[in-house]
Design a protein around this ligand. Structure first.
Ligand SMILES: Nc1ncnc2c1ncn2[C@@H]1O[C@H](COP(=O)(O)OP(=O)(O)O)[C@@H](O)[C@H]1O
Ligand SMILES: [Mg+2]
Length: 136
């Protein structure tokens, strides 16, 4: 993925992309961080039927979860282009829990981070009944 590949509809939405960077990649999509004069975005691209379907579900879930007040990126658009799908969302600055735990020397702070991670997961799971309804 490079700046020239980005769908024109997305460029029109976010403005000029000054820089594109690639974080450590996940497993089902290409993830890029886009710098614009306003702010940073994340764009995810998938290119096969199964992962396209998952990306579409991710878009719906992010839209739903955003309104629950959970700390998820705001999803702006889902774009279809031939066999590819693109999902545009906010960039959220941060590090993984694993990285935090390996660097943080204070035990109380580590415990706090694990507790908060668990709490967040619990809240997501509590949304699952609504999510099932959304799928219907
Ligand atoms: N909205 C975001 N803001 C910041 N970093 C992100 C965002 N989305 C993904 N990332 C980074 O990209 C990595 C891979 O993303 P992920 O959503 O897990 O991709 P995949 O669905 O391909 O597994 C994440 O572990 C994270 O570091
Ligand atoms: Mg992943």
């Amino acid at each position: 993925m490079n700046i020239q590949d980005l769908p024109i509809q997305i460029i029109e939405q976010i403005g000029k992309v000054q820089k594109i960077a690639f974080p450590r990649q996940g497993h089902t999509s290409i993830v890029a961080i886009l710098d614009t004069p306003d702010k940073k975005y994340v764009i995810k691209k998938t290119e096969n039927d199964l992962y396209n379907e998952w990306l579409s579900e991710e878009y719906k879930m992010l839209q739903y979860l955003y309104h629950t007040g959970l700390p998820v990126p705001q999803a702006y658009s889902y774009h279809v282009e031939n066999k590819s799908r693109w999902l545009l969302m906010d960039y959220i600055d941060g590090i993984s829990l694993r990285e935090f735990l390996s660097k943080e020397p204070n035990l109380k702070d580590k415990e706090k981070a694990i507790f908060n991670f668990g709490l967040c997961l619990k809240k997501i799971h509590e949304c699952s009944s609504h999510i099932e309804l959304l799928k219907k």
